[in-house]
Design a protein around this ligand. Structure first.
Ligand SMILES: [Zn+2]
Length: 245
């Protein structure tokens, strides 16, 4: 059970420190500062608000079930996208992915949706809108970020890993199309038992964006390529039994 009263949390004693890790900075730490039930149109969740030692942001975990020591827990790491999540922007696929993950976890015996406050792939809202402006001038989503002086993707999953450690899961079945996310979590000491494909159908506004993610950022789509992305359906294409409940 997660305590919200103590600012401290258990050290990650379960993770052996290899000689390769000696000398590396200590892993991020995150602790729960508030918890409440959150009934939603997607299911009944428990909402944990976290603080951490890396940034001043309030990251959120929506969880279901007993997670302590649980293996292969369906988990989604969602990065905040104000324009998509709240306004329904069709420039990206964020809201579709968020809703899909909430729907899946909302029906599962146990599961996790982390809502990470790294807006605009980590560059913030104003820069994301500036990047849209550059896209209107003909640059793709990767070049737009590079022109603004950022990496194509500035997101960092160290805090997400710390949140997962605090939640106590043994391993996660990660809902993602982004292999880099799996690698980053693994390098932060989180065991990813498998990947659950997480695709939403494209629309005319985000088709080029999704194609760029597939072509330039290595995102895995069941049917990659601009033309075929349209055929993709939202499905958990994983081992039998992957669906929740
Ligand atoms: Zn978005």
């Amino acid at each position: 059970m997660i305590s919200t009263s103590s600012p401290s949390h258990p050290r990650t004693s379960g993770h052996a420190v290899s000689s390769k890790q000696v000398g590396l900075p200590e892993r991020a730490r995150a602790h729960v500062v508030a918890t409440a039930e959150l009934p939603s149109e997607f299911g009944q969740f428990r909402a944990h608000v976290f603080r951490n030692d890396r940034d001043a942001l309030e990251h959120v975990a929506l969880v279901r079930g007993d997670l302590n020591g649980a293996e292969d827990v369906p988990t989604r790491l969602h990065s905040e996208c104000l324009t998509g999540d709240a306004f329904g922007s069709l420039r990206c696929d964020c809201r579709g992915q968020l809703e899909s993950s909430l729907r899946i976890v909302g029906k599962a015996e146990r599961g996790i949706v982390l809502y990470l406050r790294q807006e605009g792939r980590g560059i913030g809202l104003a820069n994301k809108i500036r990047a849209y402006e550059l896209q209107e001038q003909g640059h793709d989503t990767v070049d737009a970020n590079l022109l603004l002086g950022f990496a194509a993707d500035e997101r960092d999953y160290a805090v997400a890993a710390a949140m997962l450690r605090t939640l106590g899961v043994a391993s996660v079945a990660l809902m993602t199309n982004n292999p880099d996310k799996i690698q980053q979590l693994a390098s932060e000491g989180i065991e990813v038992s498998r990947r659950l494909a997480h695709e939403v159908p494209p629309n005319p506004h985000n088709r080029a964006y999704l194609a760029t993610k597939a072509r330039r950022s290595g995102h895995l789509f069941a049917q990659s390529g601009l033309g075929e992305i349209a055929a993709v359906t939202p499905a958990l294409v994983a081992a039998p039994g992957a669906r929740g409940s």
